[in-house]
Design a protein around this ligand. Sequence first.
Ligand code: 5GP
Ligand code: ZN
Length: 119
Amino acid sequence: MSKCLFCKIIAGQIPAQKIYEDDEMLAFFDINPAAPVHFLVIPKKHINSLLDLEADDSALIGRLLFKAKELAKQQGCEEKGGRFVINAKSDGGQTVDHLHIHFLGGMALGPSLLAGKQG
Ligand code: 5GP
Ligand code: ZN
């Protein structure tokens, strides 16, 4: 049995507030939301992080991102937008080692870490 927290959510061993599920992905609200709308989209296949993605997974990550976009719209964030985030490994602040896309919306998030660092 997997020790991975998100694999346990996929297996139904830990409850989650699901907003979408199909054969290859699951989306659910973050347990500790950092914004009024904060959900995660994860593949059912265990992949440690974006840095562990293989060529065969490239279409999958595209579908995960597309679904994140659709769900952000469903959550009422189409007009004002929000932030899609993928943390990867320790320097990226990844705390759950199962690839996930965050969506944060429903409030003005302020400048990202990239603000002022370009050019
Ligand atoms: P990371 O820091 O790895 O990018 O994000 C992991 C996210 O998973 C965090 O925002 C955290 O609040 C969320 N999380 C951790 N444990 C659980 C859980 O048991 N259920 C849900 N729904 N979210 C969780
Ligand atoms: Zn996992």
